[in-house]
Design a protein around this ligand. Sequence first.
Ligand code: SP5
Ligand code: ZN
Length: 355
Amino acid sequence: MSQYRVPVVWSPDTRLHDPGHEVWVGVTTAATEVAARVDVILETLRDAGHRLVEADGSGDEVLESVHDAGLLAFLRTAHERWLQGPYGDLVGQDRVVPYLFPTPAMTDGLPTRAAVTVHAEAGRYAYDTMTLVGPGTWRAARAAAGCASYAASLVGTGERTAYALCRPPGHHATRAGFGGSCYLNNAAVAAEALRRGGAAKVGIVDLDAHHGNGTAAVFYERGDVLYGSVHVDPGAGWFPHVVGYADETGSGDGQGATRNLPLPPGTGDEAWLGAVRDLAEWTSGSCDALVVSLGVDAARDDPESPLLVSQEGYRAAGSLLGGTGLPAVVVQEGGYHLPTLGGLVAAYLAGHAAG
Ligand code: SP5
Ligand code: ZN
């Protein structure tokens, strides 16, 4: 048991999202971002002596400042609209799945309109076919974002560290788009809430195995929120494929405020912790508060990434980031191996609290 009992901010509504399945390379595959993730994490952290706190349902104002109003309205209404359409009878599909993507490849400079059918409109906001919208998706995603902002408010009122059990995860969600199993960007909400709570500069350190393209994009041109990520090299063929390279360093006011540290598949504790140390030193130098995007899918047993980090590695990462002494909101991102998921999160928090 760690000496410092970290508040674990959670909401029962985060269980309501059931992706059902993913559509990947054109076929239906089993979803890995499942509601059972919430319960294994909750149970392990309770057993480790941490303090469970239910989110109070606030936070919509910060959410609206991070995300485009059109995206929020789409996520709120899409599943209901889908059920009113012919999709169930026609093809047996009860989840919202995009059908076409109105990227420049399609529109090529022509003036474009919003599509009137939900299956065609989905591709305006969804950027992949793996991130389906079901009946409880909006309520769960909104509750997850609420956990992030509530955890930030605890830190803003004197708590040294708070953990937000956000599910579905968030770091792939952009201002106006969703994908990568993410709908709303919980880490961006936490960072924005910390800023509003008085932190002049916030550092985000993203430990998820995948580059957090959504968070990176939200803050790419801002100097008041640093974004640093260690992740499997997208150039080696890993999600999100087209961004997350080391030469992306921010622009405008955000020049120098983004750092990407991609690692080759097969990387284990030593090199991964070297990158984490680098990001801990970078953020502790200039920031007043920290957001940790705690994906534990860099662990060796995880089915979604080829990194080989150990549970001890996650504990050590926690002590490096806890050792900065910065007030911190730790936000749950990915991590899909149910038998080890809780232990990885608990190890990180033990390290962070002791650090
Ligand atoms: C938050 C997070 O960790 N999102 C992960 C997004 C990466 N997903 C890439 C999926 C690649 C295909 N997975 C096939 C597994 C079968 N379900
Ligand atoms: Zn991930």
